[in-house]
Design a protein around this ligand. Structure first.
Ligand code: GLA
Length: 690
């Protein structure tokens, strides 16, 4: 089913919206400004190019060609084709100075599309001219997949530019010097109206992109009736065969998978009795056309009535064309006015379900994994993103000793079992993390049950710890036999500052080699097919990696079943150098048959960030992307030994590094340059400051 659910008017949601907007506009509808009225209202300004004029877009520079076209459009019938470009900066410019109220904040949005065979990046820049000169600031940028209309939007804090003499909005496609692109539905709206995608009241004296389904039926603009202001649209004549005539409004380019849209249109009829009106969508899937009625309502004669419909799009929705329609149940003339489309998910983060899949891209190299907290498995949006991009997951905390055996002998497998079920259901591999660790392990593990003292290195105490570890490992690994493809058996047991290189778990008992070889043996006995890893951080440190190398080499030499080394890779922009990562891989690949997993990648930029300086943050994010790409180039080179690469978190706000921006997706699920650097680095901007 392409359309998930059809709903009637959602009272709660509407009330919430009304609450937000009631302070600035009359109830029911927002204040509407056509471009001509812009200077008086400035709450909502829309250019949909249905009047067949490219205004207010101006060539930038004049060698560019701007043309109204009906060969592509996000909505309605027309868009603007920007062609004849000779430079990456070539595009269009709009002087928005007079459109803004300099006490307010706006959302500026437009739809863009490019039809080349590659990915391209589109960019919207504000050029602010004041007494100090000219300043440029990127307000929005987006990667455009071929042939998909994409909403590009950003915020303008007009109150910051009170002294500006002129503000231009420049739109260009910096990834290409000569390729053309299309623009449609440019909207500048007060932030409080951000949920409105488009509005049409026909005051611009054109049919606003509506068309009759039957070309012989002439719909026309009229002053006979109007819900607001002067004009409405009329189906003046009933065709001979008295068909119920429909108004169609093409909307395909506006629709984004996984989102919910509200449609509202005012209808008027002056027959002698009430007539039912229907509204819905007509979907053309390339082979056939089907009609879905979203609402049906009786309309009393001589009174404007609102038809309201909600469309909820599945994340797998696809169609060649989609139109909104309105029609009466019997053949009568009628009028429509004040048509609007709003985004119900406005303000809620929604992923882009058209993105290329990351794990698909790397399927011939290694698994692409992600560490996720349990709440991600219960969030359908997170689940969609996980399923699309990752073929391995690591429970972020849920398989650590404190989660699985919080009290001695008392195991809790409820949540871990859910991970197992999730992975099975979605055909995703599960990395088990972790069995032996000095952290997130309950203190009872390291406490003498009789004395209540911390365990020491005495033979007696060592035996207590080993017995406990044996039971833990055998129980956990045994339970998930055949279901966990790799285990981090021992985590972070090397401390290069100790003379022997081994960490002391509680400052008293060493997690030395005896613990290790036993742990691997017990795990192997419990699940002989699982790959067993030693996992650690800061392996870019030559001194530390040497300790780890020796540890693994010695264990292997003794015949201990250790199959891989896990390199965490919690790194930053400044450290380590990518060459150190390559050195680490080279070193471990000297051990025959040893697999290498990158188990916890994140690239911190927080230390370099300057508060409030968005342009600098963008520069750092570009740096992050370049570093990640350089790392992946190395990993790909060593694909015979590197078999898994896991990111430590799904999106920035889930990261353990609070306030940092270390991952592939931002808090709103939007792919960052880091993501694009792994899909197509050509869309990542050059690392120039600004
Ligand atoms: C390391 C540990 C993980 C987790 C992360 C960051 O990778 O192995 O369990 O704690 O650090 O929190």
């Amino acid at each position: 089913m392409v359309v998930r659910r059809l709903k009637s008017r959602k009272l709660g949601f509407i009330l919430a919206l009304l609450f937000v907007i009631s302070s600035i506009v009359p109830l029911k509808f927002i204040t509407y400004s056509s471009a001509e009225q812009a200077s008086s209202k400035k709450k909502y300004i829309e250019y949909n190019f249905e009047g067949k004029s490219v205004s207010p877009l101006v060539k930038y520079p004049s060698s560019v060609t701007l043309k109204i076209t009906n060969s592509a459009r996000a909505e309605g019938l027309y868009s603007v084709l920007v062609s004849g470009r000779k430079n990456v900066s070539d595009g269009v410019v709009v002087d928005i100075t007079k459109l803004l109220d300099f006490s307010r904040e706006y959302e500026i949005s437009f739809y863009a599309m490019q039809a080349t065979k590659k990915l391209q990046r589109i960019s919207a820049t504000l050029e602010i001219l004041d007494s100090s000169g000219k300043n440029q600031l990127i307000v929005a940028e987006k990667v455009l997949l071929p042939n998909i209309w994409t909403k590009v939007s950003g915020k303008i804090q007009a109150y910051n530019y009170k002294k500006a003499k002129k503000i231009n909005l420049i739109v260009n496609m910096p990834t290409s010097k000569s390729d053309s692109f299309y623009i449609d539905l440019l909207v500048i709206k007060d932030l409080e109206n951000a949920y409105v995608l488009k509005q049409e009241n026909f005051e611009n004296k054109n049919t606003g992109g509506f068309l009759p389904e039957d070309k012989n039926c002439k719909i026309a603009l009229t002053k006979d009736k109007a819900y607001s202001s002067t004009y409405s649209l009329k189906v003046p004549a009933i065709l001979k065969r008295a068909r119920m005539e429909r108004f169609l409004f093409p909307i395909k380019g506006l629709l984004q998978k996984g989102r919910t849209y509200d449609f509202s249109v005012l209808v008027y009829q002056n027959s002698s009795k009430p007539v039912s009106f229907l509204a819905g969508i007509k979907i053309n899937d390339g082979k056939s056309t089907k009609e879905i009625v979203l609402t049906k309502q009786s309309v009393t004669p001589k009174k404007w009535a609102e038809l309201f419909a909600t469309l909820d799009l599945d994340t797998k929705f696809s169609a060649k064309d989609v139109s909104f329609f309105v029609k009466p149940a019997v053949a009568i003339p009628y009028y429509i006015d004040l048509y609007s489309i709003s985004d119900e998910n406005w303000g809620q983060p929604i992923p882009d379900y058209n993105l290329p899949s990351l794990c698909e891209k790397y399927k011939n190299y290694f698994k692409i994994g992600v560490a996720v907290p349990y709440r991600a498995l219960t969030n359908p949006v997170d689940v969609e993103v996980i399923k699309r991009h990752f073929n391995s997951i690591t429970p972020e905390n849920e398989m650590k000793p404190e989660s699985l055996q919080p009290y001695e002998g008392s195991f809790d497998f409820n949540i871990a079992d859910e991970y197992i079920d999730f992975c099975k259901k979605n055909n995703i591999s599960l990395r088990g993390h972790t069995l032996v660790w000095h952290q997130q392990t309950p203190s009872w593990f390291f406490t003498n049950p009789e004395t209540g003292e911390k365990l020491t290195n005495s033979e007696k105490d060592r035996k207590i710890l080993l017995d406990r570890l044996k039971k833990h490992i055998q129980t956990v690994v045994g339970r998930y036999k055949g279901k966990v493809y790799a285990w981090d058996v021992v985590n972070e047991a090397i401390d290069e500052n100790q003379p022997d290189g081994y960490r002391e778990a509680t400052g008293t008992i060493s997690l030395g080699p005896r613990v290790h070889w036993k742990a691997f043996i017990w795990a192997h006995e419990a699940d002989p097919k699982a790959k067993l890893f030693y996992n650690d951080y800061s392996t870019g440190n030559p001194y530390k990696r040497e300790f780890i190398y020796k540890l693994i080499k010695n264990l292997k030499a003794k015949g201990v079943p250790i199959h891989g080394v896990g390199l965490q890779c919690h790194i930053s922009l400044d450290w380590p150098d990518v060459s150190e990562i390559e050195e680490t891989i080279k070193l471990f690949s000297k051990i025959p048959g040893l697999e290498i997993h990158f188990t916890a990648i994140d690239i911190s930029i927080a230390k370099n960030m300057i508060e409030g300086d968005d342009a600098y943050t963008r520069y750092l994010l570009i740096g992050q992307a370049k570093k990640l790409k350089a790392i992946f180039d190395v990993l790909k080179k060593y694909k015979n030994v590197v078999t898994g690469v896991t990111f430590w978190g799904l999106k920035d706000d889930y990261s353990w590094l609070k306030g940092d921006l270390p991952l592939l997706f931002d808090k709103d699920y939007q792919p960052k340059f880091a993501f694009w650097s792994l899909i197509d680095p050509s869309v990542v901007p050059p690392k120039l400051k600004n």
